[in-house]
Design a protein around this ligand. Sequence first.
Ligand code: CA
Ligand code: CA
Ligand code: CA
Length: 272
Amino acid sequence: MIRTSQGTMGWVLVAPLTLTVAASADYFQGDDYTHVGDPFGAEDAHVDILNNIYGDIGGDFSPTGDAEATGSTWTIYENNELRLERVLDVPNNESGNSSPMNLADPSMTSGDQIWQDGIVNVRAEAKFAEFHGEFGYLPGTSGTDNFQSLFSVDPGVSGYDVDGSATFSIDGNFRWGYDVEETQLLSSKQDDNPDGQDYMVTYRVTDLDGNNPEFNNGLPVFLLFWEDFPGFDYDYNDLVIELAVIPLPAPLAMGLLGLAGVAVARRRMKKA
Ligand SMILES: [Ca+2]
Ligand SMILES: [Ca+2]
Ligand SMILES: [Ca+2]
């Protein structure tokens, strides 16, 4: 097979057999959002994947928002019930210009590179790639020798029949990580990656009014779309992970309420 690709920078690349080489990585570095390329071969595009995961809630998605900012995808997709909006990809490190994404209290002005604080159900939803590996996280904001696996992604699977889920609880900052073939660790933080490129783009899932969707008890939901191979197709559909925030366990929540009660009581004592 001969495949020819052309982007707005005018590059043309031809590669033999099943390999496309691709894209100058710089083309994919947008100002606010990393650009997503066309899906490889007959693989599903982002909108197809969204339809498959959430189409039973509100029907098929239509694009809206900004098409220029995100390559071959759009910044926002909506159906009759839900809105999926891209999270900023801009630098997000100690000296960067956006704050970590707080799982329990997310802000659309935070980037998707560094995350913090929460309990979340993590589940593989789709995979359009040959490669497989381990999905997990990197504690803290720097260092790449501390990857912790949450689950492995099965080899030989392409499509939606993907196993892999975990409940993940963390205090403090962390990065998401995908250890591809257990030889190439990719991090949600761009500077961690060997070529300094972005391998994960993120959508926040909300109701149409921008609030948390009712299907997750009103708690935040995200979809992570990974690219798994440096310098290849940048289709960011190679692994798709859903993050669904869950409430604090009852005993912990009760404990916090108890502490709040003590604080109120102390204040009253002082006033008296
Ligand atoms: Ca990103
Ligand atoms: Ca890819
Ligand atoms: Ca792919």
